[in-house]
Design a protein. Structure first.
Length: 144
């Protein structure tokens, strides 16, 4: 009987030890899962912060570039016409001519092209064509 009681006590002790071992393993797994979740959350926060900083830096650089372009365009508004001409240059052949270019050799030709008429040698017509002599604009012609 003593052997039976000792065997029973041994089984009880073994089962208690097994329960304790499983409990420790479950606690260890839960702790591992918590650490992994915290690391993942930290990683996501770092990535979000890095992306936000990249966006801020890009926006600041764009702002600085646009301010520089605005200053240059304020100093020389004819650059707008030049930029438009450059963007069209791969699609069209263009000629840029100042509208107040009285000494331009083809001013009569240009006037007749836009008016659809015959070139005029009358100086009064030139004054009518150049109503705003203080303002300079560019004329873009399609030539092929």
């Amino acid at each position: 009987m003593e052997n039976a009681e000792a065997a029973a006590q041994s089984k009880v002790i073994d089962s208690k030890a097994e329960v304790e071992r499983r409990k420790l393993l479950a606690d260890s797994d839960a702790q591992t899962a918590r650490i992994a979740a915290a690391a993942s959350a930290d990683n996501m926060k770092l990535n979000a912060a890095a992306n936000a900083e990249t966006i801020r830096l890009t926006a600041a650089a764009d702002n600085e570039r646009l301010q520089g372009e605005a200053a240059v365009l304020k100093q020389n508004p004819m650059l707008i016409q030049k930029i438009i001409a450059e963007r069209l240059s791969d699609k069209l052949q263009i000629i840029m001519v100042p509208t107040d270019g009285r000494n331009f050799f083809a001013s009569d030709v240009l006037r007749s092209t836009f008016a659809g008429g015959i070139p005029s040698s009358n100086p009064d017509d030139a004054d009518q064509d150049n109503a705003a002599p203080g303002r300079r604009q560019a004329q873009i012609l399609k030539t092929k």
